[in-house]
Design a protein around this ligand. Structure first.
Ligand code: SAM
Length: 292
């Protein structure tokens, strides 16, 4: 009865034993291919010095493997129905703690202050519920917690947006935000066939390595993120038209915009998707200083 929850037969057996039906509304697609877990653990460089925060353990497929390889696993699961399953099926591990709470409502700074030693290497690992992938990741990285790396399974298209290069159609304000805080790379692509039930999309495992300091230096982060989001507001519009939409209601504001763009040498006729993160930072700092 033990080892490898992540197989088709064992998963089927557990679902039957507890009469569990998966909830699509919670993004419940369970992994049934142990090889994928091995690759996730390798991507996260999980070892006995690593403490892992897992989001959404489900019936424990990834949790089990993490418990074997890591020092400790703290998992957040919103679905209380999974409590008896996780309790019984993972009973042999004494280094797992499951907190039944919505990860978006968790007090992360408090968790970090209470639970972790300064010497712990912390990794966040998850096969994410796809419908809230972006808020979960942004919550973590914006809180600037001492997480070394994130290893997250998500919809392939979202992973592509998070790792896009300037000039490509997937490049947007999300890419710029991720690149500001982390070094992001797609570790590997995951076919839909390794889940029960099968989702309608393929997945990818994304690795985010937290930067010690953000990639670019900005005078004011809130201003910088407002500017990048605003620049991508209407993707088909030029940078000038999008900026005018945010700042340029008056003639003075338009003149300040024109001067600001000129000062940093960026043509207003370009589209936001062609701007590198360094150019967004230069623009934000220029506008912030000149009170645009
Ligand atoms: N880790 C398991 C696996 O790989 O087989 C399950 C992955 S399943 C894609 C996502 C899991 O996240 C489900 O167990 C679901 O109940 C849980 N979940 C959904 N929303 C959540 C939230 N806001 N906070 C914590 N867990 C959540």
């Amino acid at each position: 009865n033990n080892k490898n929850i992540a197989t088709p037969s064992r998963t089927k057996q557990i679902l039957k034993k507890y009469g569990l039906t998966m909830k699509k509304s919670l993004g419940q697609n369970f992994l049934v291919e142990p090889g994928i877990l091995t690759k996730m653990l390798a991507a996260g460089e999980i070892d006995k010095d690593t403490v892992v925060i897992e989001i959404g353990p489900g019936i424990g497929a990834l949790t089990e493997r993490l418990a074997q390889e890591a020092k400790q696993v703290i998992a957040f699961e919103v679905d209380r129905r999974l409590e008896p399953i996780l309790k019984n099926e993972l009973a042999e591990y004494d280094n797992i703690e499951v907190i039944f709470q919505d990860i978006l409502e968790a007090n992360l700074p408090e968790l970090f202050a209470d639970r972790f030693e300064p010497t712990d290497r912390i990794v966040v690992a998850a096969n994410l519920p796809y419908y809230i992938t972006t808020p979960i990741i942004m919550n973590f990285i914006e809180a600037n917690l001492p997480v070394d790396a994130y290893v997250m399974m998500m919809q392939k298209e979202v992973a592509e947006r998070m790792t896009a290069s300037p000039g490509s159609k997937n490049y947007g304000s999300l890419t710029v935000a991720i690149d500001y805080y982390t070094e992001a790379e797609i570790s590997f692509i995951v076919p839909r066939t390794v889940f029960v039930p099968q989702p309608n999309v393929d997945s990818a495992v994304l690795k985010l390595k937290r930067r010690e300091v953000p990639k670019v230096t900005v005078e004011n982060e809130a201003f910088y993120f407002r500017l990048t989001r605003g620049s991508f507001q209407h993707r088909r519009k030029t940078l000038w038209n999008n900026l005018m939409g945010i700042y340029g209601k008056t003639d003075e504001a338009k003149e300040a915009l024109r001067l600001g763009l000129e000062a940093v040498g960026i043509e207003g006729s370009r589209r936001a998707e062609t701007l590198a993160i360094e150019e967004f930072a230069a623009l934000a700092n220029e506008f912030y200083q000149s009170d645009v």
